[in-house]
Design a protein around this ligand. Structure first.
Ligand code: PEP
Ligand code: MN
Length: 340
């Protein structure tokens, strides 16, 4: 439920409503807008009738139910799009953001080479997996903490903030020590314990859409993180499983528009996993920006032919530089800016 306070509501009235919401067993999430304060009352929906009592309290304009299965992620509660920073990088505002780097962290030398290449082309964050979710147990699983240290070296060499995946609640703390953004991979989108743990860590979270997840399920997954008090969630569309074999996944560009309609959270697109083939990465990136994406996450390797994982979908430095130039007019055409 959303408690809408009227324009002139005093601090005391706001505090009294928050206290009453909590007495009723809900968690209160106040959002102080320019115009007015609204307070989300989030909890067991069977208690709804109790909340009607709040309607009569001082300073309350009205109480509206949130009918959607996601609440804190919903624009019903927060109409303005969320904008937040990772280091100096702004996410969700006018500027488009690009995260780039290899699929997995291989060696210190190679992650530094890839990081320098993506930084030179204008990327604002470095990606790279130290804990890798691989379909086969015989594939390279990542260097784990050693890989995190390699990422740290690349961050020191370039200044780029780090986006890296956490796969297990047992590794949340160590990944959070090195990462600026914790990535939840597609295969873990509905690992509810992991979502809850990363919600508690307090660092921004990049939440990929599950391989067969509906948009509602994706936003409900985000809700698990938001519910822990972590408001910095970046959604990432990376394609869903389909029947075609020409691309690895079916990248759902319409999902960007749907998410933008229902949620205030920023949404970025990963055309690399979305297509599985470097030939299509630039074209799909242009489409993603035109559709309203707040950013891109692209696999770039300094030497894709020798990449330890996902070489076929990785761009080399030249192709990535070309993409960063090609996307500029589209960014401007949709009224946004590129900080590179
Ligand atoms: C990744 O980004 O490294 C990755 C494994 O992607 P996804 O979870 O989307 O498959
Ligand atoms: Mn990959």
């Amino acid at each position: 439920m959303i408690v809408v306070m009227n324009h002139g509501a005093s601090q005391d009235q706001i505090q009294a409503v928050i206290a009453r919401i909590e007495e009723l067993g809900f968690v209160a999430h106040p959002i102080h807008g320019v115009e007015r304060t609204v307070i989300g009352a989030i909890g067991d929906e069977r208690e709804k009738p109790a909340l009607q009592q709040i309607e009569g309290m001082g300073g309350v304009e009205n109480v509206v139910p949130i009918l959607k299965p996601f609440k804190l992620a919903s624009r019903d509660l927060k109409t303005a799009s969320s904008v937040f920073k990772v280091g100096d990088v702004s996410i969700g505002g006018e500027a488009v953001c690009v995260i780039a780097g290899p699929c997995s962290v291989e060696t210190t030398e190679s992650i530094i080479a890839s990081a320098q290449a993506v930084a030179a082309a204008g990327a604002q964050m470095l990606r790279g997996g130290a804990y890798k979710p691989r379909s086969s147990p015989y594939s390279f699983q990542g260097h784990r903490e050693e890989g995190l240290k390699m990422l740290q070296a690349a961050k020191e060499a370039t200044g780029l903030p780090i986006v890296t995946e956490v796969m297990d609640t047992r590794n949340c703390d160590v990944v959070a020590e090195y990462a600026d953004v914790l990535q939840i991979g597609a295969r873990n989108m509905q690992n509810f314990q992991l979502l809850t743990e990363v919600g508690k860590v307090g660092k921004p979270v990049l939440l990929k859409r599950g391989i067969a997840a509906t948009i509602t399920e994706w936003l409900q997954a985000a809700e698990y993180i938001l519910r822990e008090g972590n408001q910095k969630v970046i959604l990432c569309e990376r394609g869903i499983r389909s029947f075609g074999t020409e691309t690895r996944n079916l990248l759902d560009l319409a999902a960007i528009a749907v998410v933008k309609r229902y949620s205030h959270l920023p949404v970025i697109v990963d055309p690399s996993h979305g297509t599985g083939d470097y030939h299509y990465v630039q074209a799909v990136s242009l489409g993603a920006i035109a559709t309203g994406a707040d950013g891109l996450m692209i696999e770039v390797h300094h030497d894709p032919q020798n990449a330890w994982s996902d070489g076929a979908q990785s761009l080399g430095p030249d192709k990535f530089t070309g993409l960063m130039e090609a996307v500029k007019p589209v960014i401007r055409a949709v009224g946004r800016s590129h900080p590179w």
